[in-house]
Design a protein around this ligand. Structure first.
Ligand code: UDP
Length: 468
């Protein structure tokens, strides 16, 4: 029998490329061949990653080479365009492989991209969705579609009637993913998720892989009888084995100076507050000013990522895009106390011994990276899945504290100081969080090590695929 041969299709975002490339690594370790597909621009940024006899890159253009389109940008239109370009590319890759007398054993793709599953079905090739959010989110969406829609929507409006789903604490409006909020401009993203879930249910050959691990979400991973979730996480870049450039083996879309590592080296153990809001979200100017006030009032050293890039303001959910170039009023004082950078190698920062707390927007990759590095968090969710992830951090795993906004939705400096002191200030709760973080870190490393749960689960799935 020919060696298993997989196609991986990754959406061109940092939070897709990272886990998809780690999945590629795991598949290569089993002796299989992998064709990795993403956009030309995203691939160009995956510096330091070489093709080999079993790893091939096949890229396609999504038009991003022409530069960011700030005026009249519509995410919905962009997604439609990407879907068309991506489907065509996947078709051509399959045709080319067939032309050589080869066939893909399975096509894995990062969710949400139901169009890739459709192409796979056209060619009768099994497909596997790589869900890049926690199992908890898949569970919430699944139950929303299957009988709990009204309950979840109502509870967004009425916090006194929380929804109870298997293995989760009662869900209140502040935990519900914003794609489900009635009138959300991102409702079309939920429509894609719904399509994905329906086709998973209707396709016997389709598989659902989740970037999580059993010890982290044991009940949620088993919360749906008709759809088996296979935990293949944590899919994170190895903490070892970085090149001298610091480039993440997962492919860092933004590389730059690494002075911050030298600065971290000079700070006391577990003292630094690391602040980042992921690759696409950013804070409004007033929110940044409050963040600065909170940081100055703690007096603690910090490393703060403020991107100068195309961002989406998730705070008020209107999806507008802007360039974040605001100058903060207290820049001089801030620079005396900490460091502000436009981007950093996050896993390397989180695994640095001087980092004691992560103020995070609770994107799933960031959350998982903090868990794997054993760093307690201040959960500062903005939108989408981040709200439910914040609930996991504070209420389920108890490895952090969630901020509360004022009546205008702004998290004030005093609130940030309060949360930072709860995490870093010592005392019973702070020690408890640190202990829980340490336990999850050990469990994550056990699951992700060579031959651990993730490898075993993937191996079982591959055996199923190969035996048809
Ligand atoms: N990231 C990074 N450096 C930064 C900010 C983010 O390497 O300065 C990486 C981070 O490690 C994570 C990804 O970007 O892997 C962000 O993914 P996440 O799911 O947390 O958030 P999203 O960008 O999708 O909102």
């Amino acid at each position: 029998m020919a060696n298993p041969n997989f196609l991986i299709v990754a959406f061109a975002g940092q939070s897709h490329i990272n886990p998809a490339f780690q999945l590629a690594g795991r598949l290569l370790r089993t002796g299989a061949s992998v064709t990795f597909t993403t956009t030309t621009t995203a691939h160009r940024s995956m510096s330091g990653i070489q093709a080999s006899d079993r790893l091939t890159f096949a890229t396609y253009s999504d038009g991003a080479e022409e530069g960011p389109k700030l005026s009249n940008f519509s995410l919905e239109q962009h997604m439609e365009d990407s879907a068309r370009r991506c489907s065509e590319a996947v078709r051509q890759i399959i045709e080319a492989s067939r032309g050589k007398g080869e066939n893909f054993t399975c096509i894995f793709y990062t969710a949400v991209a139901p169009w890739v599953g459709e192409v796979a079905r056209c060619y009768d090739i099994p497909s596997g969705v790589l869900w890049i959010q926690p199992a908890t989110l898949f569970e919430i969406y699944y139950y929303y579609i299957n009988g709990y829609g009204d309950s979840i929507t109502n509870e967004s409006n009425d916090p006194s009637s929380p929804t109870q789903l298997p293995g989760l604490p009662p869900l209140t409006g502040r935990d519900v993913p914003t794609f489900l909020t009635p009138g959300s401009p991102f409702r079309f993203l939920f429509t894609l998720i719904e399509k994905e879930i329906q086709s998973l249910k209707g396709d016997r050959k389709a598989r659902l892989l989740v970037n999580s691990f059993d010890a982290l979400e044991s009940e949620q991973l088993n919360a749906i009888d008709e759809l088996k979730m296979v935990a293949v996480g944590p899919l994170l870049p190895s903490l070892e084995g970085r090149g001298s450039s610091g480039a993440s083996p997962g492919g860092d879309l933004f590389l730059g100076s690494r002075d911050y590592i030298e600065w971290l080296d000079t700070q006391p153990a577990a003292s630094v507050v690391y602040i980042s809001f992921g690759s696409i979200s950013a804070l409004s100017k007033p929110q940044k000013e409050e963040m600065a006030r909170g940081l100055l009032s703690t007096g603690r050293p910090f490393l703060w990522v403020i991107k100068k890039a195309l961002i989406m303001d998730g705070g008020d959910g209107d999806g507008k895009q802007e360039e974040s170039e605001d100058q903060l009023s207290c820049m001089e004082e801030l620079q005396k106390q900490g460091m502000i950078v436009p981007w950093c190698s996050q896993v390397e920062v989180l695994s640095h011994p001087s980092v004691g707390c992560f103020v995070t927007h609770c994107g799933w990759n960031s959350t998982l990276e903090s868990v794997v590095c054993g760093v307690p968090m201040v959960a500062f969710p903005l939108w989408a899945d981040q709200l439910a992830n914040a609930m996991l951090i504070q209420d389920v795993w108890k490895v952090g504290v969630r901020v509360s906004g004022n009546e205008r939705g702004v998290v004030e400096g005093e609130e940030l100081t309060r949360c930072l002191e709860m995490v870093l200030g010592g005392g019973e709760r702070s020690e408890g969080m640190r202990g829980n973080a340490k336990r999850l870190k050990d469990a994550a490393r056990e699951a992700g090590k060579e031959g651990g749960c993730a490898d075993k689960n993937l191996k079982a799935l591959l055996e199923e695929l190969v035996s048809g």
